[in-house]
Ligand binder design. Structure first.
Ligand SMILES: *Cc1c(COP(=O)(O)O)cnc(C)c1O
Length: 506
């Protein structure tokens, strides 16, 4: 008797032999075979490393501007045209185009957004983890990666002073990390089990008006709505005015809101200002609220004896977020979510997925998917680990000290120029400043600085950005590149001045 299974197989084969090419049953397709050839990979890999080393040489020399700006429609047309050409087994042409059509973060004249110039050895580790593609969610799909997450989150927790029970996980970026921590906060502090039952409570968080926009976004994703995001005003240094926490909480309660968390910025995004974390910790303790510290950019200060005082109080946070792809030179995305009580992390996502985990409720550190938002997740811990094992922790310490020091020196230089002003003396490596010329009407200064930034973007030798502070436009630099020097920054000021003088009379 032929079993049903066997007869099914036979008929599938009969069908396939009629309709599919014979090699399907004999061998892999020649195309797939060549695409997976280790020899081809070796050749392509050598070619790529050569291209990247040349790119680094060129970018780091700073001889060209960091960006050859093209209008979006022109850029699209270029790629659309390229896309329509036949495929070519040699990928180097594509790689070259990608390199020349992208902004150079390794260029010392790049000083725009807060994205690192990746450490070359970590970029190589990215290639390794891409090839391994271990997905992390379940232990056996990421043995090394999950163990390294444990090692690294404990190491960073220890450096932040979070105590012996601390730990955490890694996730794809500060935005997701802040959402993850706030979901944990809600699970532990909201009066009802929102995960299981939904909520009719009007839940709320309190955060500085200068916090990164992703905190607002996380709160809205969680259904808090505009009323549930209580934005506390900042002082003249753009730090949360902690003396307002009490009256704002009272007002929220009077309005029928249930506040469950306060977020401190360490540091804020526009000006790089550190909130008074000790005062926030005191307030949260007193009112039984979750204290979350957003240290995506500036949590790294804890690795420096000089700058650790900036994050005083972070050791009392219930949760902390630190981006490795900001001030720790990693390629995106690598972020740690740390908890003062590691076990809290298992309350965030209480989900049963029997095909992934035999026991969905056990607090096993080695199954990343139980605590992280992602199912398949980058093997991100390997990049940080390689950096630490290759250069030691001193690499991070020296980087933060160099960049924070440079920002202070640059601000000092600006204050010596009568035709410039700084928004606030920098606490981190972010400096906001503007060109005021001599006797330019106050109501024109914002428009002039916007025009300077636009001219610099499209044809200038530097890349910097702008920000809005209390309704005024300011130029903004984040000094991210270890190769940027005070001379580059002085040149930047000259270039801004020239543009200002050129544009101003128009
Ligand atoms: C950059 C940043 C974020 C967002 O992190 P991503 O990794 O870009 O998602 C959040 N908070 C602060 C303070 C930041 O600087």
């Amino acid at each position: 008797m032929v079993s049903d299974e066997l007869s099914a197989k036979v008929s599938v084969t009969a069908y396939a032999t009629n309709f599919a090419p014979l090699w399907l049953f004999v061998n892999m397709s020649p195309l797939l075979t060549s695409a997976y050839s280790p020899d081809t990979f070796r050749q392509q890999g050598h070619a790529l490393v050569d291209l990247l080393a040349d790119f680094l040489n060129n970018a780091q020399s700073g001889e060209q501007p960091p960006l050859h700006y093209r209008e979006p429609d022109d850029e699209l047309a270029f790629w659309q045209h390229d896309f329509e050409q036949p495929a070519n087994p040699d990928p180097t042409a594509v790689w070259k185009n990608l390199l020349t059509h992208s902004i150079q973060l390794h260029n010392p004249r790049f000083m725009g957004h807060q994205v690192s110039a990746p450490l070359p050895v970590s970029a190589l580790t990215s290639a390794l983890t891409s090839l391994l593609n271990n997905g992390q969610a379940v232990y056996e799909m990421g043995m090394a990666g999950n163990a390294l997450e444990r090692v690294l989150t404990r190491w960073l927790s220890e450096r932040l002073g979070l105590g012996p029970e601390a730990g955490g996980l890694m996730t794809s970026g500060g935005t997701l990390a802040n959402l993850t921590a706030l979901l944990t906060a809600r699970a532990l502090k909201a009066p009802t089990d929102v995960w299981a039952e939904g909520s009719t409570d009007r839940l709320a968080i309190m955060v500085s008006e200068e916090a990164h926009y992703c905190v607002d976004r996380a709160a809205r994703i969680m259904g808090l709505g505009s009323a549930g995001i209580i934005k506390v005003p900042t002082n003249e240094r753009f730090q949360l005015r902690t003396n307002l926490l009490e009256p704002y909480l009272k007002q929220a309660q009077a309005d029928g809101l249930t506040v469950f968390a306060v977020i401190g910025s360490a540091c804020s995004t526009s000006t790089g200002s550190y909130d008074n974390l000790t005062a926030i910790a005191d307030f949260c303790e007193q009112h039984n609220l979750w204290f979350h510290a957003d240290g995506a950019h500036g949590g790294v200060a804890a690795l420096s004896d000089t700058y650790r005082p900036l994050v005083r109080g972070i050791e009392r946070a219930d949760s902390v977020v630190v981006d490795f792809h900001k001030m720790m030179m990693m390629p995106a995305l690598v972020t740690a979510v740390l908890y003062r009580r590691d076990a809290d992390a298992f309350r965030t996502f209480q989900q049963k997925a029997q095909y992934l985990w035999a026991d969905a409720n056990s607090p096993d550190w080695f199954n990343s998917g139980k605590r992280a938002f992602e199912c398949t997740k980058l093997m991100m811990s390997a990049k940080v680990y390689t950096a630490l094992k290759t250069y030691g922790e001193a690499l991070f310490t020296e980087h933060v000290e160099a960049q924070y020091g440079l920002a202070r020196a640059f601000a000092g230089h600006i204050t010596e120029q009568p035709d410039f002003e700084v928004a606030v003396s920098p606490e981190s490596n972010i400096v906001c400043f503007r060109y005021i010329g001599a006797g330019i009407a106050a109501d024109r200064v914002s428009a002039l600085n916007s025009a300077i930034r636009q001219a610099m973007l499209t044809g200038g030798p530097f890349y910097l950005v702008q920000t809005n502070l209390r309704g005024q436009t300011w130029l903004r630099v984040s000094i991210m590149n270890p190769l940027t020097t005070l001379d580059h920054l002085k040149e930047l000021l000259d270039a801004v001045r020239k543009l200002g003088q050129f544009i101003q009379p128009i």
